[in-house]
Unconditional design. Structure first.
Length: 375
């Protein structure tokens, strides 16, 4: 007997309550992808029950191990006056939590608000206007889709995304959607400046010359990854973004007031509360690799919510957009007989290919660890 299905935008999707032994996930994934309307299209169609492809088992949601302890705080670092204590706080946060927030970072509040508004505008325009940008071709100037790993991930995330490679090779701005063009270009330039300063602080926190990380091109590549999380009718059954680590050097995140971002710390999920005007910074896998585990790339996730839409803009610092043969490995100045290299050298391209092959939730770093025979 065929599985009962609901029709959304002309395509049949199996509701979470109707899946049985006849349910065929690949068929539903293709049907969802073919709508080119994303999760927003499902919500616009008035669904009250999530399709089966978005179902996340209870063991993956881990809602019972969210920390309620008030002593766990995500540091908020003020860049208004930078001195040794600023570097010390960056070091402590990078070693312990892998996350911190920045205030007085130099980007005006009105620019932050316009960037968030632009994400809403793009996603809330007519579906036909967005469809022209819907693609899984990573070479396009702007990439809009739902779940980059849609066909390989065990669970589909409740979000839509558009991304824009802004550095080092800036695409012709005329190729960007007019509805968000100007702010994408402006915000990208401003985040690059924040990134340059962050790499200086991180270099000093490692005991290196302030220019060290910038000199090895950590700040050369930037992509803006803009997520849109529509309200979810069954947030207890779905996940906004699966738990994962980032496959970059650092991520500079702008999140709105709704919240939902959580980090994994001491086997508990800890909320990263929104701070007005702040940017969230987290250490990526490549930074953990080149610092030989001194700085930690920490698992994080975004929970689904009945409130929404939630929007966020991740400034992803990586050189993937201009593949080179440059090798990255543990920084020699940080190594010693007591602290030998843990990882082998790799190009950013090979590192990213490995990340995409395993998808969210699986550590890319493990693949690049040296064996005892290699060490």
């Amino acid at each position: 007997m065929a599985v009962a299905a609901s029709t959304v935008n002309g395509f049949s999707l199996t509701p979470v309550s109707k899946a049985d032994e006849n349910y065929h996930r690949p068929t539903d994934l293709k049907a969802f992808d073919d709508t080119k309307a994303g999760v927003k299209g499902l919500v616009d169609a008035g669904i009250t029950e999530i399709p089966r492809i978005f179902y996340s088992p209870p063991e993956n949601l881990n809602s019972d191990d969210v920390s309620s302890e008030t002593q766990i705080h995500i540091p908020v670092i003020d860049l208004d006056h930078i001195d040794k204590s600023t570097v010390d706080r960056v070091r402590e946060a990078s070693e312990k939590l892998g996350f911190f927030q920045l205030i007085n970072h130099g980007i005006p509040v009105d620019v932050l608000e316009e960037m968030k508004d632009a994400v809403r505008r793009f996603n809330e325009q007519e579906t036909e206007s967005k469809k022209q940008y819907y693609t899984r071709d990573l070479t396009m100037p702007l990439i809009y889709n739902s779940n980059f790993d849609l066909y390989s991930a065990a669970t589909t995330n409740w979000r839509d995304t558009f991304g824009y490679i802004s550095a080092p090779n800036l695409h012709n701005p005329a190729s960007l959607p007019e509805i968000c063009r100007d702010i994408l270009v402006d915000y990208s330039k401003r985040v690059m400046e924040v990134g340059k300063l962050l790499f200086e602080l991180l270099s000093e926190a490692l005991g290196l010359n302030p220019n060290y990380l910038n000199d090895i091109d950590c700040n050369e590549g930037l992509a803006l990854v803009c997520h849109y999380y529509p309200p979810c009718p069954q947030p207890n059954l779905a996940i906004g973004t699966s738990e994962h680590t980032d496959n970059d050097f650092i991520t500079v995140l702008l999140q709105d007031h709704i919240g939902g971002l959580q980090i994994r710390y001491e086997n508990k999920w800890v909320d990263v509360p929104p701070v007005a005007g702040a940017l969230v910074v987290n250490i990526g896998d490549l930074m953990q690799l080149i610092t030989n585990d001194k700085f930690k790339s920490v698992k994080h996730r975004v929970v689904a919510n009945k409130e929404g839409p939630r929007v966020s803009v991740a400034g992803v610092f990586s050189t993937l957009s201009f593949p080179t043969s440059k090798l990255y490995g543990p920084i020699k100045e940080l190594l010693s007989e007591d602290n030998p290299a843990i990882y082998r050298e790799t190009t950013v391209r090979d590192f990213s290919i490995q990340f995409r092959s395993v998808g969210l939730g699986t550590s890319t770093l493990q693949h690049f660890k040296l064996s005892e025979a290699d060490a």
